[in-house]
Design a protein. Structure first.
Length: 327
């Protein structure tokens, strides 16, 4: 089981004095199946926006124009961060970063709506991590996810989920959608329910499997919103790495399995540079096994970013590999 996320907002951050920097790796691959023509995921890896400010994110596009939306939001977010990097480093608190991310998402969506991209039924999820002087801020929108690996005194590790998926199965999100007139139910084929719960308008249009996303203008009447959920977490010297990935990974990996995969890979002595590629390859194998009996097998796009956390004191994961059992 993952350790429940507990937002940490102490005045004196544990990791701020000893946090050094991050090493970020990433890999993305298009899925397969009917209608798949391009990978709609994009990612950003921006270590050292300033000496003490680091950013990485995954954007998971969906719909006909999902790639365009994902790329647009990615580009606009990067531009905004680069312009405001020095102020963010000076002013990074929970209140400031919550306001920053919510305002930034609102501005970007306004630009998106005035662009040439048709967002009627296309959009993107986003999970973004910003680290400033040992303080970790996560802005989440949709069902991509960020998880942290922390080493314990006995050298075993625990998994801490830094974001919560915005899905119709989440009770508070379901209640919010229903409260504004949307409907939550699975899709039906020949009278049989198939797939996950989805959000529909009152005339049964839409059918998106998340409750928050950028774009998806047609889904606004059903309760789809573009306001990110922002959390803060103070890093500690026992924190080893953060995994950020699209749901192409999380649909076939639990958070614990993903952390265990990284630990086992690092303990094996294999090239660190190939880690995210190996993780995506394993996820695709799991998709293939999941659909091996289907006439039309399907695999979602998969994007994985792993950020190794380096501190001025204590050992790094490379120096003290931890092997954790899968499952």
């Amino acid at each position: 089981m993952s350790v429940p996320f507990v937002e940490d907002d102490k005045g004196e951050e544990i990791g701020a004095s000893s946090f050094k920097d991050v090493e970020i790796l990433g890999f993305s691959k298009m899925g397969f199946g009917s209608g798949k023509t391009e990978c709609q995921d994009t990612m950003t890896m921006l270590p050292q926006l300033t000496p003490n400010l680091h950013f990485f994110a995954v954007y998971d596009g969906h719909g006909i124009k999902g790639k365009d939306v994902s790329s647009f939001v990615n580009s606009q977010m990067s531009i905004t961060l680069k312009k405001n990097a020095s102020n963010i480093e000076k002013l990074a608190t929970k209140d400031y970063m919550t306001t920053f991310f919510k305002t930034t998402f609102k501005v970007i969506e306004n630009k998106l709506n005035h662009s040439s991209i048709n967002t009627t039924s296309s959009g993107t999820c986003c999970v973004a991590v910003l680290i400033s002087n040992g303080k970790c801020f996560v802005a989440n929108l949709g069902d991509s996810r960020a998880v942290l690996c922390r080493e314990k005194e006995d050298r075993s590790t625990i998994t801490i989920e830094l974001s919560q998926d915005h899905k119709p199965s989440r009770e508070d999100e379901k209640a919010r959608v229903i409260g504004v007139g949307g409907f939550v139910e699975p899709a039906y084929y020949n009278g049989m329910a198939i797939g996950p719960l989805r959000v529909w308008t009152n005339n049964k249009e839409g059918g998106i499997a998340v409750t928050r996303a950028m774009g998806d203008r047609h889904g606004r009447k059903a309760g789809i919103i573009s306001e990110p959920e922002v959390t803060k977490f103070d890093l500690e010297e026992k924190d080893r790495f953060i995994i950020v990935a699209s749901d192409g990974l999380w649909d076939v990996f639990t958070s614990e399995e993903a952390v265990a995969f990284v630990n086992e890979y690092m303990a094996s002595g294999k090239a660190k540079s190939n880690l995210t590629r190996a993780m995506v390859r394993e996820a695709r194998k799991r998709w293939e096994r999941l659909d091996d009996s289907q006439d039309d097998p399907y695999c979602d796009d998969i994007t994985v970013v792993v950020a190794f956390l380096n501190f001025n004191t204590g050992a790094t994961l490379m120096e003290t590999p931890v092997k954790a059992p899968l499952g």
